[in-house]
Design a protein around this ligand. Structure first.
Ligand code: C5P
Length: 331
């Protein structure tokens, strides 16, 4: 008898505990469901980086469409690292961009020096099943003026800006946050200590420049004046892989134009390092000129230079149509 008396309450306790556990589990599942639904509702586009892998965004590779898969190649390294070896074939493609005269072995020696000074592999957050890396890519188009996109841009984990695009004085339209700034020596500006300096090299001099501009000073010459010194955090320097430029030109632009613009390189880069990409500040003015949001256009014949500007714009529109990114146009 005694045993039964002591046993019954214990059994009831177990039942009560089980019920509480089940309720907690149901509550957790409901909360996760609501979270996933909300995330999906807020972010209705494909997450390319997770091609074949786990993904905390609404859609993953299995749903990526054939058009996207035809262009995207996850195996191309976006950034140079100490371990990466550029092929001579890619070097020979790259050297034509700005008429590089020096040899492949000189290129390799220069890259070796680069990694004696900067981190041997770039700091890029990889995909995680419990996280959705959101990125805003902010071009320099004059059509940002008058838009209310600033706070939306700042909401992203990563905010990629390019060249001299300022934020001060334009906060409402372009935001305040910058995590990455993509430049080449002729377009570089000083950065704060927390921003990644992302250098797009078009010639060996550009790799030499980043080493010297952050140490003893650069005194070489280019087709435009180049800053001898620059402020940036050395630990956050990243150099884009020349083979990545070739991939953008071949796979994404189908070899149109001489080579891709900084802005288009930034878009494809974002597709490789982010799970969700939102694009702001792209589009020429009514005359087809790449005007800037911070200045009045002086050279009315500027157009888009060596770059296939119209085609790049069409590709961004197509990426948006295919739901691989979201493209914000003037309001
Ligand atoms: O003029 P800048 O090269 O600094 O602009 C950065 C990028 O922004 C360009 O490479 C281009 O892709 C994009 N842009 C644009 N429309 C403009 C100005 C710039 O699409 N009016």
């Amino acid at each position: 008898m005694e045993m039964i008396i002591t046993y019954q309450p214990a059994k009831m306790n177990t039942k009560v505990k089980m019920n509480t556990k089940v309720k907690m589990l149901i509550l957790l599942l409901c909360m996760t469901g609501i979270g996933l639904f909300w995330r999906g509702y807020m972010s209705p586009y494909t997450s390319p980086q997770v091609l074949g892998g786990p993904c905390a965004c609404r859609r993953c590779l299995s749903e990526a469409n054939p058009w996207f898969v035809q262009h995207f190649n996850q195996s191309v390294e976006p950034f140079l690292s100490a371990k990466y070896l550029l092929t001579e074939d890619s070097f020979n493609w790259w050297r034509r961009l700005q008429l590089e005269k020096r040899s492949f072995s000189f290129y390799k020696e220069t890259v070796d020096q680069l990694f004696q000074m900067f981190p041997s592999s770039p700091r890029v957050e990889g995909p995680r099943p419990d996280h959705c890396r959101t990125c805003a890519v902010v071009g320099n188009s004059g059509n940002l003026i008058g838009t209310p996109y600033g706070p939306m841009i700042d909401y992203h984990d990563i905010v990629i800006r390019m060249n001299g695009g300022p934020t001060q004085g334009y906060e409402a339209h372009v935001g305040t946050k910058t995590t990455h700034r993509i430049v080449y020596p002729e377009s570089a500006v000083d950065l704060d200590d927390k921003t990644h300096l992302v250098v797009v090299p078009f010639k060996i001099m550009d790799i030499e420049w980043v080493m010297k501009a952050l140490s003893t000073g650069f005194h070489g010459r280019s087709y435009m004046p180049v800053r001898p010194f620059i402020k940036a955090n050395k630990d956050l320097v990243m150099v884009v892989n020349p083979a990545f430029l070739r991939y953008v030109h071949d796979n994404w632009l189908r070899k149109r134009g001489s080579y891709p613009s900084t802005g288009f390189i930034a878009v494809v880069l974002a597709l490789h390092i982010c799970d969700e990409v939102e694009v702001f500040g792209y589009g020429a003015d009514a005359d087809g000129n790449w005007n800037h949001y911070w200045e009045t256009l002086k050279n009315k014949r500027l157009k888009t230079g060596l770059h296939p500007g119209n085609h790049e714009y069409d590709m961004i529109q197509e990426l948006a149509k295919q739901q691989s990114l979201k493209f914000y146009k003037p309001t």
